[in-house]
Ligand binder design. Sequence first.
Ligand code: NAP
Ligand code: HSE
Length: 332
Amino acid sequence: MFNSKTTINIALLGFGTVGQGVVDILHKNKAHLEEKCGKKLEIAGIAVRNLEKKRDIDLPKSLFTTESEKLATRDDVDVVFELMGGIEPAKTCVLHALQAGKPVVTANKALLAEYGEEIFTCARENNLPVGYEASVAAAVPVIRFLRDGLASSQINEIEGILNGTTNFILSQMQEKGQSYEEAFNLADSLGYLEADPSLDVDGWDAAHKLVILASIAFKKYARLADVMREGIAQVTPADIATAKSSGKVIKLVASARKVEGKVTMQVRPVALSNNHVLSGIGAGMSGVRLHADRVGDFFAQGPGAGALPTASAVLSDLVAMLRNAEMSGFGF
Ligand code: NAP
Ligand code: HSE
């Protein structure tokens, strides 16, 4: 795919929290990344909504455009990073990029949870990879772990803290005695929130990520509509105090189980005992426990949201693509 190229030109669709994180890592770790990839890496262009917005990273104005679809299919672009979020124009950009022969990396879990089948079908038709490690648990390589590392196992249970924002808010309230508003504003300043924060606090974001993990684990496109979902809006300081007095901690837990061929998925606040493996997942972290038949329990944790953890996963996908790792689809 990239064999004849000495330089890989990246189209960056989105220059918000994650997009700027990607450029930050690209600048600071350039030599390391280029050595890993065996290619020079350059930014060919950047699509944003507002050309006048002040950015944390100063780049030539000539790189910026508001025409994301045009940039995604431009002749000089070798790979497209979709970091805009939302469904449109992200979906059209991804499909058109693939149809124009460009591999794609995306962090957009909402898009994959709702349109994964269409996107991966298009990727297969065009014989191109779509990297999406950043879409679940950011820097924690849980997609590769589940899809490739455990490919020979049958997974029958997934349980995770998948949303950084709600985990941060609940942790700050429980450990630091902060109010919901204080903790919410801090999470915002750390770049954890979705553009529409109700996706975080109402459990949609965790549900999107669960759909991706469940699709991989159970080898069938899971549906968002099948996730029983409850956010953290109903969690009161009294609930937190009650949980604390009985040695428990409240977390927004996403879980999927397959029992006798039937998959159930839910996202809801749960009071976990202090000895539960997910109870110690602190603010800003994500954690996933998996149960594989004939093998047993696995657990992965690490930085699960924010600019650099997410950008790290995006760039790891690029490195994997350049090493020719097969990356299309949910692995079935
Ligand atoms: P963000 O800060 O809101 O940035 C979105 C960027 O996309 C902005 O630069 C925005 O332009 C641009 N954009 C939005 N709509 C556009 C359009 N129609 N045309 C051109 N540009 C457009 O979002 P983010 O936090 O970086 O998240 C990006 C994606 O990564 C989302 O899918 C999110 O779910 C996912 N993600 C985020 C995190 C995280 O911790 N933040 C972690 C994992 C995955 P302007 O700057 O001009 O507004
Ligand atoms: N808003 C998301 C979260 C970003 O809080 O987990 C990381 O996917």
